[in-house]
Write a protein that binds this ligand. Structure first.
Ligand SMILES: [Zn+2]
Length: 362
């Protein structure tokens, strides 16, 4: 091949290369144009949504509206003026995207055939009549105007409060109470309080699951230089007879009932309960070990069973040392939502004779 031929061939290759490059650039340009047009049309659809006020909102649409509402430029429906709720002041509580709706109960727990009202705060200018309530599963709950939720069937669903296309979704758990061999279970949790007792024959001892979780808790506390140990653990029915009666004779029945359980009503008989360190040591709450226990026991599946300020709900004085095993998942939900076991399971804790208070205990 002559040098002339080589040059010609090289020139031809360059022309092909340039042509190919031009074709690629044209293709990229065309594709970009198509993609950007497609993108433009999506937000245009969403932007219209929050203003489609007062139309029935089904669930799929609610989700889309909630997403679209994250755009800070979108305000209340046209012509509407109200003062949005700007902050909740309570971590973990829910406020809707534009601050129209707010609830202090981020999760509702209700038993079958029980009714609960979802507490809803409204931005200034909105009336409760303007709120539309819906559920995504009418088999599990019934929801009425005013946010009244009735449990129908065991399960989980979502109840939604909506105002002019703005939504607040609240998860609802419907629980079921069952009595098996004289023991009361709400879902999978064994209950012993002033309303629900255990039979004398129920005598499991401190359960291994409780023992193992408590051992881990103590080890981790010790690693931080804190002493947490078992003061009192399992108490049988017969032992509780002695504990309760000695309190009644030493003080009074009223005093005994706020500090100790009647036989059969003690949570210590469940096998899931431990009193840490020195029982009824009121200084424990403010000690480093007591503070650590309150902050961390849920990580091991325990709850502070009788919290401060909830005496009317649990039926017992605050006991910073009394922990109950419910498993990590339940304990974490109870801790994070600042609940008692009674609120979490939607149960009472009252002796049947509390009103009359006439009988004398043996
Ligand atoms: Zn106790």
């Amino acid at each position: 091949m002559t040098s002339n031929e080589i040059r010609k061939r090289a020139a031809r290759r360059r022309r092909y290369f340039v042509l190919l490059l031009l074709v690629i650039i044209a293709l990229i340009f065309a594709v970009t144009k198509i993609v950007s047009r497609a993108k433009e049309s999506v937000p245009a659809m969403h932007q219209g949504e929050p203003n489609d006020s007062l139309v029935v909102i089904d669930d799929s649409r609610s989700t889309e509206t909630a997403e679209a509402s994250t755009d800070p430029g979108v305000t209340a429906a046209e012509g509407e003026t109200y003062t949005p709720i700007t902050e909740t002041g309570e971590p973990g509580k829910q406020v809707s995207s534009h601050g129209s709706l707010y609830t202090v109960k981020p999760h509702i727990y209700v038993r079958i055939n029980h009714q609960k009202k979802i507490p809803l705060s409204l931005a200034g200018g909105i009336t409760p009549d303007e709120i539309r309530w819906t559920t995504n599963n009418a088999n599990i709950v019934d929801v009425e105007a005013g946010g009244y939720v009735t449990g129908l069937e065991k399960g989980e669903c979502t109840v939604t409060a909506s105002y002019k296309g703005e939504v607040l979704s609240i998860p609802v758990t419907v629980r079921e109470l069952n009595v098996i061999d004289g023991c009361t279970f709400v879902d999978d949790i064994l209950v012993a309080n002033k309303s629900y007792s255990l039979p004398q024959s129920y005598d499991p001892g401190l359960l291994p699951v409780t023992e193992q979780a408590f051992e881990k808790l103590c080890d981790d506390a010790a690693a931080e230089g804190l002493d947490i140990h078992q003061g009192s653990g399992y108490r049988s029915y017969d032992f509780q007879v002695k504990v309760y009666n000695s309190m009644v004779s030493g003080y009074s029945k009223e005093y005994a009932d706020t500090w100790s359980a009647r036989p059969g009503y003690s949570e210590h008989q469940t096998g899931y309960t431990i009193d840490c360190n020195d029982i009824q040591n009121e200084g424990f709450a403010d000690s480093p070990a007591g503070e650590w226990l309150a902050e961390h026991c849920h990580e091991y599946g325990f709850i502070i069973r009788y919290p401060e300020g909830k005496e009317d709900i649990t039926g017992y004085n605050y006991e910073s040392w009394h922990i109950r095993y419910v498993g990590i998942e339940h304990a974490t939900a109870i801790y994070e939502q600042d609940l008692t076991l009674e609120e979490y399971l939607d149960i009472d804790s009252k002796y049947a004779d509390d009103e009359t208070d006439s009988e004398n205990e043996e």
